[in-house]
Design a protein. Structure first.
Length: 186
């Protein structure tokens, strides 16, 4: 069982060619290639769970943490790269998908993978979605402005491809948004 990243070469869907997104993606891709080689050689099942952009409680203080910090301070958040198409996923949904994937019993000698998708959309659309969910829970405006994105040093599109059955996983989107806001507002 190996976790991967949609930053790896040939993972998910997106702008061709699907080469490594960065050095991290390259290292994850090389690790996966070696693991799959040895699993095949030894007759083991090769399983891979590919992670997109997780967000939620206890996340590393990155993009959505910046947005929350800015909005809680009553300031206007700025999105510099609204045109990139990425796949952001609630960490609670990602965890449930991972537990279900690991808990399944694959046939020996097979290859099994899951590329769970959350919100495959432009970063601008995702931030508007996030802003709407946060504003209603905080009861305050969450101001937002977008930069004009003209440069694309990263692939314009990189998303995962497997839609999840949230009912089967017992996951609530509304609860996940409430937990996200409560975590950052406390």
């Amino acid at each position: 069982m190996l976790t991967g990243s949609f930053f790896e070469p040939n993972e998910g869907a997106g702008s061709a060619p699907l080469r490594a997104f960065n050095a991290y993606g390259l290292s994850k891709g090389l690790t996966a290639t070696a693991a799959q080689f040895y699993a095949d050689r030894e007759g083991f099942t090769f399983e891979k769970f590919v992670i997109p952009h997780p967000f939620g409680p206890y996340e590393e203080p990155r993009f959505t943490a910046y947005l929350m910090k800015t909005w809680l301070a009553g300031e206007t958040a700025r999105v510099q790269t609204p045109r990139y198409i990425r796949d952001n996923i609630h960490v609670s949904l990602l965890a449930k998908a991972y537990a279900a994937f690991v808990g399944a019993s694959p046939a020996a000698g097979t290859v099994r993978r899951l590329n769970p998708s959350g919100y495959p959309e432009s970063q601008g659309a995702f931030v508007q979605r996030l802003r709407d969910e946060v504003a209603v829970r905080l009861g305050r405006p969450c101001r937002l402005e977008f930069g004009v994105q003209t440069a694309f040093p990263e692939p314009p599109v990189r998303i995962n491809t497997d839609l999840l059955d949230v009912d089967r996983l017992g996951w609530s989107e509304a609860q996940a948004w409430s937990e996200f806001v409560a975590y950052h507002a406390s």
